[in-house]
Design a protein around this ligand. Structure first.
Ligand SMILES: *[C@@H]1O[C@H](CO)[C@@H](O)[C@H](O)[C@H]1NC(C)=O
Ligand SMILES: *[C@@H]1O[C@H](CO)[C@@H](O)[C@H](O)[C@H]1NC(C)=O
Ligand SMILES: *[C@@H]1O[C@H](CO)[C@@H](O)[C@H](O)[C@H]1NC(C)=O
Ligand SMILES: *[C@@H]1O[C@H](CO)[C@@H](O)[C@H](O)[C@H]1NC(C)=O
Ligand SMILES: *[C@@H]1O[C@H](CO)[C@@H](O)[C@H](O)[C@H]1NC(C)=O
Ligand SMILES: *[C@@H]1O[C@H](CO)[C@@H](O)[C@H](O)[C@H]1NC(C)=O
Ligand SMILES: CC(=O)N[C@H]1CO[C@H](CO)[C@@H](O)[C@@H]1O
Length: 693
């Protein structure tokens, strides 16, 4: 067998040489990335990926198990693979391009036919109905490229691997034709609501659909049988193998074939929709006790099929909205800091939104977040905080929908500690809180985060009623900051993986800016005494903090802030400085900005600046926070290094935010992937224009 494998690898490599990657070749290519449970990628980096060629490599769920998704095309009777690894020789990929919402591949089929294959996962921050829909598009355009007409048939299928992370589970399925759509439905027989296995959902119905029409056939059966009927005859049997069975038992697949007829220089178009419908999305401990919350789309649509039907037929509008967002993100980013910056932010959009899910009803909507990959917590405050910039940039109301359940849970008396909760549940989709108070304690971090985010939302939306509504608990958290912020006791920050430490300079700064934020909140809500009291404390603390935190370079080295007070040899990314600019404060003097801007270039590594002196790795989200408030040259250094990393990293899974600054690889013990914190790459775009360098 070995020689055959080697030959196959060489063939793929030879075919591979031709593709371009625009604007970059990311570690993983987003395919269907729409929610925590519809989150499928192509691994591309050298460490487990194949360089970004979609024909010949199976797509994977973010947690790395295959979600079988196949595509075959027959041209004049010869079959070629264009998606996944179903067997036939691969088409030649000539280009890959990503935007904020799309991944588009261009394929050359034997010099005869060109295919344009677009994976579109819509992101509509200002249109909650569309944003709530748990589906993604695959659109395939085919045209003759040699001037001749060719007889063409197109095929695609999904496997039952999408319906459970456990391949020993039994699936069932059904086929329907409805409203001009051909629809495969596949689901786990033993529905386990609110449960996961390998991070895949263990409940709900998956759908794979395409338009009805002449030449469309379908078949459900063993992978080799269904694909074999297509490659031998160019069509399927319209039969359903109703021997419902275990996912890995003679691998059932759900296939469509479409005869395109004789195709010349007029392109033909075939659209597929993939998605997961869950009537009930998660359970939440809020004002009404523990309730199970529906997916928001159920407010707009009577059932799965109605939602699927709307989504599929909405492709024209959805494409237009997607293009608007793609263009806006690109031009804003290029205008703010150039093409490298656009490459970074546009790769972050689907990933950030893909960790989020709109639930509840039109009257009471929430946006819930899964802390993908690091531990699966629900609504982690210090994971919302780094993602906040993309929410402020796209629609600040979404930040409110994200904070609402945190306020509701704690204001209803479900959390016993004086400081802010860390998360709303140990594992998504359970937002059942921590009534015992035994969550992962990050007291200073989360109090600062909640106060800063509440004010950021109110400033952008003009909604100071929101601050009034939550004044008592914000005030309580601020009292905690007054007690604890200047000399933080030995505790973890959001970078818990880096270890705990006393007197963390950056953590203290967050607390002090949080106190100033409470002064502003007090001002906006008519609490004049609190406003002046908190302001005086913040000013007093920031003065003391400078004395404690800054090494003035008396030993000849460059001045900088330390990682912790008194440790002159230490340093770290001072990313909490960002909040001072985001909120428009003059609390922290410009000398601190200047000092840090001059310092970072002196410790630059190949792919960026280390997070702190304890390790050689860094965090891309915090680098972009730091860059947003740095001098132009230093900002551009951070952006250039991260853009280079995207192109060169050996990591092969969805855009990690934690990587080694010298090799670009994962730290040996940790693989963070697909995390929403990449919304933090929008830090520069979330700043008021007047606050940008
Ligand atoms: C396919 O993509 C190529 C390259 O991006 C483009 O020039 C061409 O117009 C596209 N074809 C169709 C039918 O959209
Ligand atoms: C398939 O759908 C039909 C019609 O809705 C229904 O009667 C049947 O029970 C379904 N079968 C399964 C296995 O869900
Ligand atoms: C959520 O809680 C339910 C019990 O209410 C449990 O069965 C389920 O496994 C939990 N889900 C996860 C992902 O931990
Ligand atoms: C909450 O704060 C009050 C006042 O500072 C303090 O007396 C009390 O012990 C704190 N409660 C807890 C649970 O830490
Ligand atoms: C924190 O820093 C202050 C000022 O340098 C020092 O007095 C105190 O001992 C430090 N705390 C800890 C726990 O190291
Ligand atoms: C809020 O700040 C403004 C401007 O400094 C000041 O004029 C106003 O009196 C303050 N209001 C309160 C309630 O503190
Ligand atoms: C230890 C020390 O000398 N710290 C000083 C460094 O510079 C800042 C800003 O000028 C001062 O506030 C510190 O006292």
């Amino acid at each position: 067998m070995l020689p055959i494998v080697l030959i196959a690898t060489c063939l793929v490599a030879a075919a591979s040489a031709a593709s371009t990657f625009t604007p970059a070749r990311p570690p993983a290519l987003p395919l269907a990335v729409k929610s925590p449970y519809l989150n499928v990628w192509l691994n591309a980096g050298s460490d487990g990926g194949n360089g970004g060629y979609i024909a010949g490599k199976w797509p994977v769920f973010w947690s790395n198990q295959v979600n079988g998704w196949a595509g075959i095309i027959r041209v004049d009777g010869t079959s070629y693979t264009w998606l996944g690894d179903p067997g036939p020789q691969a088409v030649t990929q000539t280009s890959y391009e990503y935007t904020s919402t799309r991944s588009t591949f261009t394929m050359d089929v034997a010099g005869k036919v060109q295919m344009n294959i677009t994976f579109l996962s819509p992101v509509t921050p200002n249109d909650l109905k569309r944003q709530s829909l748990p589906f993604s598009y695959l659109n395939v355009e085919v045209v003759s490229s040699d001037g001749q007409n060719h007889d063409i048939e197109l095929y695609s299928d999904i496997s039952a691997e999408w319906v459970s992370g456990d391949r020993t589970q039994a699936a069932a399925w059904n086929y329907t034709s409805s409203g001009g759509l051909e629809i495969h439905k596949v689901f786990k027989q033993n529905q386990q609501i609110f449960s996961e296995y390998n991070d895949q959902a263990e409940w709900g119905n998956f759908y794979y659909a395409t338009d009805s029409g002449d030449g469309v056939t379908y078949q459900i059966g063993q992978d080799t049988v269904v694909r074999g009927s297509f490659t031998s005859g160019g069509k399927l049997s319209n039969q359903v193998d109703d021997n419902y069975r275990v996912i890995s038992n003679n691998w059932p697949v759900f296939g469509f074939a479409k005869g395109l007829g004789s195709v010349g220089t007029t392109a033909t178009n075939t659209l597929f929709t993939i998605g997961l419908c869950q009537q009930e999305a998660l359970q939440f401990l809020g004002a009404q006790g523990t309730v199970s919350l529906p997916s928001l789309w159920t407010s707009y649509f009577s059932d799965d099929i109605a939602a699927l039907d709307f989504f599929h037929k909405d492709f024209g509008t959805a494409s237009g909205l997607a293009t608007d967002l793609d263009n806006k993100v690109n031009s804003d980013a290029v205008g703010a800091a150039g093409q490298d910056y656009a490459n970074i932010v546009s790769l972050s959009v689907r990933q950030a939104f893909g960790a989020w899910q709109l639930v509840g009803t039109e009257d009471k909507t929430y946006l819930f977040q899964k802390e993908i990959s690091s531990n699966g917590n629900t609504q982690t405050v210090d994971v919302i905080f780094p993602a906040m910039p993309i929410l402020l940039y796209t629609n600040p109301d979404l930040l409110k929908l994200m904070l609402d359940p945190l306020f509701e849970n704690q204001e209803s008396g479900h959390y016993p500690n004086n400081y802010s909760i860390h998360d709303l549940g140990a594992h998504y989709p359970n937002a059942t809180g921590h009534p015992d108070g035994n969550d992962e304690a990050m007291p200073l971090e989360e109090c600062g985060n909640m106060i800063i985010m509440a004010l950021a939302y109110a400033q952008r939306s003009g909604n100071s009623d929101y601050l009034n509504l939550h004044y008592p608990i914000l005030n309580q958290w601020s009292s905690y900051l007054v007690e604890e912020a200047l000399y933080p006791f030995n505790q973890i920050s959001t970078d818990d993986f880096a270890g705990s430490l006393a007197n963390q300079t950056n953590l203290a700064l967050k607390g002090i800016i949080g106190i100033e934020a409470m002064s502003q909140i007090s001002n906006l809500t008519g609490h004049a005494d609190d406003a002046s009291k908190y302001h005086q404390t913040a000013v007093d603390y920031i003065t003391q903090w400078q004395g404690l935190a800054i090494v003035n370079g008396t030993d000849g080295g460059p001045a900088h802030t330390t990682l912790s007070y008194g440790d002159a040899a230490s340093h770290g990314l001072l990313y909490n400085l960002y909040a001072n600019s985001l909120l428009g404060f003059n609390l922290v003097p410009s000398s601190v900005y200047d000092t840090q801007s001059a310092f970072y270039p002196t410790i630059e590594m190949k792919y960026g600046v280390p997070l702190d002196t304890r390790h050689s790795y860094t965090k891309s989200d915090w680098e972009m926070f730091v860059a947003a408030v740095a001098s132009t040259d230093t900002r551009n250094m951070f952006i250039r290094d991260l853009a280079k990393w995207i192109n060169e990293t050996p990591t092969s899974r969805a855009f990690t935010d934690l990587y080694e600054t010298d090799t670009g690889a994962y730290p040996s013990s940790l693989q963070f992937v697909a995390r929403p914190v990449q919304g933090g790459t929008f830090a520069l775009l979330a700043l008021p224009v007047s606050a940008r360098t």
